[in-house]
Design a protein around this ligand. Structure first.
Ligand SMILES: NC(=O)c1ccc[n+]([C@@H]2O[C@H](COP(=O)([O-])OP(=O)(O)OC[C@H]3O[C@@H](n4cnc5c(N)ncnc54)[C@H](OP(=O)(O)O)[C@@H]3O)[C@@H](O)[C@H]2O)c1
Length: 443
């Protein structure tokens, strides 16, 4: 049963708006058999469904408000249109079943804000379009199914990162090639999660039901997510699920930048820009753990945080320039601030390495990739090494981090924890540059 707002137009003018309860199977409208009008509505089922699908409204609890343009056709439908309408009717019926289960759940006392799960549905933060935090809303949707190489996780916590912000806004535009041009292909954004395995696909060998794991979920801000086995690792025994959830993308990026690409060595002088952020908070700890002498660059209000992470020296970028021509570093891990390549080179030793990680250059198409490409090109002609990298979501790196966390060398630094329904607030906090270290979401 679906409630729709039917707008009838004549010659393009709206002549009537009425709420109708549309029962496809029984062919009833508002509980009354109205064969003629029902046929007309069925005739336009395609439009109804297209509106439902485009808005993804069918995933919400309660009645579905949709728009049906009731214009008459002059010609009968083609065979292809008839087949398409039949397919779409099946979709209506499937969605009706979900609505029925949601109504049963509501009748049992549940609502969109309850933590209980009903049948095969779950609470999730969804987005139907790209934009600011306003595009995020709490909804009840169908639980994901898992493929042979995936596990189903009961998510206990999720991690927020700059990547989550990019997926929400659809910027830089280049990312839309993979995630949906006009709107996100997946209404629940992928991301960092920690939780308990509740089911495993037939090809999964490393995990079984009940295991506590962390890694990359296909939909992070939701009660359940499917996750590939090779993108998960066992949760560190000394970390909470919230702590584990804020590790994956930021800590792997820091690990690759400091250790693998930067090849940090004992006693080296290392400079880290963006030291107070998600990636930086791990980079400082990792460089210290590998015996470097660390200088962290950040704003005035976060100097104490960067010191507490283990930095030997801190530079307040609002007052001092790290490229002062006096101090030189063997390795610069450049995470934030977008310093020009000449500034980075001025702060490096003659044979030093700069690893360009990020920087939010404010450029909407590629998100600052141009600086990395220029660095790679320049690096061929100078004694210093200027480089970047693309981190992989790999269980091997997650396991390396599990070992480092269990050895006490790295501790996730959580600024704030928000409940699932406050993901939009959490996103605003991050976007405003307020986050100190990482932000976690409890589910
Ligand atoms: N290459 C990759 O694969 C990869 C992977 C992950 C992230 N990233 C990129 O890395 C960047 C950082 O990510 P994140 O998750 O760490 O972001 P984040 O949590 O928002 O942290 C950025 C930090 O940079 C600091 N900052 C801002 N301007 C600065 C400046 N001029 N000098 C030094 N610090 C400055 C900010 O704090 P204060 O200014 O208040 O101190 C903030 O704490 C982003 O551009 C992200 O897209 C790249």
């Amino acid at each position: 049963m679906i409630t729709v707002s039917v707008i009838t137009k004549q010659y393009g003018k709206r002549i009537a708006v009425e709420d109708m309860t549309f029962d496809v199977a029984a062919g009833r409208i508002n509980g009354v058999r109205r064969p003629e009008r029902c046929r007309e509505v069925e005739h336009h089922a395609r439009e109804v469904i297209e509106v439902l699908m485009s808005r993804r409204i069918s995933s919400t609890v309660g009645s579905i408000d949709s728009v049906l343009v009731g214009r008459r056709r002059s010609r009968p439908d083609s065979a292809a249109q008839v087949a398409r309408t039949a397919r779409l009717k099946k979709t209506i019926i499937r969605r009706e079943a979900v609505m029925r289960s949601q109504r049963q759940h509501a009748a049992m006392g549940g609502d969109g804000n309850s933590t209980a799960t009903a049948g095969s549905t779950m609470r999730a933060i969804v987005q139907d379009t790209y934009g600011s935090a306003e595009v995020l809303r709490l909804a009840r949707i169908i639980r994901p199914k898992v493929a042979d190489n995936e596990v189903l996780l009961r998510v206990h916590a999720a991690g927020l990162s700059r990547g989550s912000w990019h997926l929400m806004t659809g910027r830089p535009y280049l990312l839309r090639l993979g995630f949906g041009i006009r709107r996100p292909k997946n209404p629940v954004a992928m991301g960092d999660v920690a939780g308990t395995v509740v089911a495993v696909g037939s090809a999964v060998t490393r995990f079984s039901a009940g295991d506590e794991v962390f890694g990359f979920g296909k939909g992070a801000f939701a009660e359940y997510t499917a996750a590939r086995e090779d993108k998960l690792a066992r949760k560190p025994v000394n970390a909470t699920l919230e702590q584990a959830a804020v590790v994956p993308v930021s800590a792997i990026t820091a690990l690759r930048a400091v250790c693998d690409v930067g090849n940090v060595q004992q006693g080296q002088k290392v400079l880290i820009t963006g030291a107070s952020g998600g990636v930086g908070s791990y980079a400082v700890q990792l460089a210290k753990a590998f015996g470097a002498q660390v200088t962290g660059v950040c704003g005035t209000t976060k100097l104490d945080l960067v010191r507490s992470l283990g930095a030997d020296h801190v530079i307040d970028y609002t007052r001092d320039d790290f490229a002062d021509g006096v101090h030189h570093y063997d390795l610069i891990v450049d995470i934030a601030g977008n310093p020009g390549l000449s500034r980075l080179r001025r702060a490096l030793t003659p044979t030093g390495t700069a690893v360009l990680v990020g920087g939010e250059e404010g450029e909407n198409l590629t998100g600052g990739m141009g600086r990395q490409l220029r660095a790679l090109a320049l690096s061929r002609f100078v004694g210093q090494r200027l480089t970047g990298f693309i981190p992989k979501e790999s269980s091997i790196d997650l396991e390396r981090l599990t070992d480092l966390i269990e050895a006490g060398k790295v501790t996730p630094s959580i600024d704030r924890t928000y409940p699932l329904d406050q993901v939009p607030e959490a996103m605003r906090h991050l976007a405003a540059g307020m986050a100190r270290g990482k932000v976690a979401i409890t589910v």
